[in-house]
Write a protein that binds this ligand. Sequence first.
Ligand code: TPP
Ligand code: SF4
Ligand code: MG
Length: 302
Amino acid sequence: MTDMAIRSMKDLPSAHLLGAGTSMCAGCGGLQAVHEIYDILGAKTVFVNAAGCMTLLSTYPFTPFRGGWLYTSMASASAGAQGIRDALDILRAKGRLAPEEDMTAVVLAGDGSTYGMGLSATSAAIERGLDFLYVCYDNEGYGNTGQQCSGATPHGARTATNARGFSGAKKDLFAIWVAHRPAYVATVVGAEPLDLAKKIQRAAGIKGPRLITALAPCPTGWDYDPRETVEIGRLAVRTGVWPLKEYVDGKVVHTKIPRPRLPVEDYLKTQGRFAHLFAPRRNETVLAEIQAGVDAYWAAIE
Ligand SMILES: Cc1ncc(C[n+]2csc(CCOP(=O)(O)OP(=O)(O)O)c2C)c(N)n1
Ligand code: SF4
Ligand SMILES: [Mg+2]
């Protein structure tokens, strides 16, 4: 499936995820991205899942995936991927797994694990050159336990642990990975499926440590109507809040440059987690800080 050229939406194969999502929130942007990613990766995947919302996809002994599923603690997914890769390599060396039956070890983890608890194990795995694909669905908080602040929470967002808005800034996961000189890094969002599909296809054809980080609009944690998930994902790109880009062969390339770039308020106003910035009175200071952060990013690119 991965040797197929994707030029338009009709080249995409039909969904392979069987009956998934019954225990997840309607409009889950993370699940949307996982659906799309799995459509491209196909059945020869072993998911290594760190505790989080996506853990609800598999209830032992059932899973909607045709490949494999290993559940790990929040800090251990990348170490789990090493174990899966090693086991597959041993089976191949013993002639018990034909090359065409080999599988890809795919970490599936939220931002809480990725930006925080699991970062050390991931850094070590990249350093060892582990052949794995890391998929982070980034809903910008510890969603499964009620949207507490994580290392991915953006400036100004209200969370269960920041009633008046987070005063810090989102970590730059893309830069953290690029600093390790891995094989591939890309940002995606489910609302831009063609861009996502091309990146997954490219990542699937490369060996070594690879990251796909998907912005995951989360109606429950971000406080909006589930029907707005796709529009919010598009606005994240069109306002420049979520740059779509990839790192390959030592270079960073932006795959979609928003022109004209919409004001960040168009994105912020769609979500209850930013409502305190607009009422009972506008918080001009924080609104200007958020816009200035996005402007500075694109000024360095353009
Ligand atoms: C060490 C540890 N602390 C706390 C928990 C409880 N816990 C389970 S899921 C979760 C949230 C994980 O957040 P994230 O990785 O962003 O995934 P999301 O829930 O947003 O999908 C937490 C805190 C845990 N499983 N392990
Ligand atoms: S809390 Fe958010 S990320 Fe978790 S299942 Fe619900 S919508 Fe998806
Ligand atoms: Mg999360």
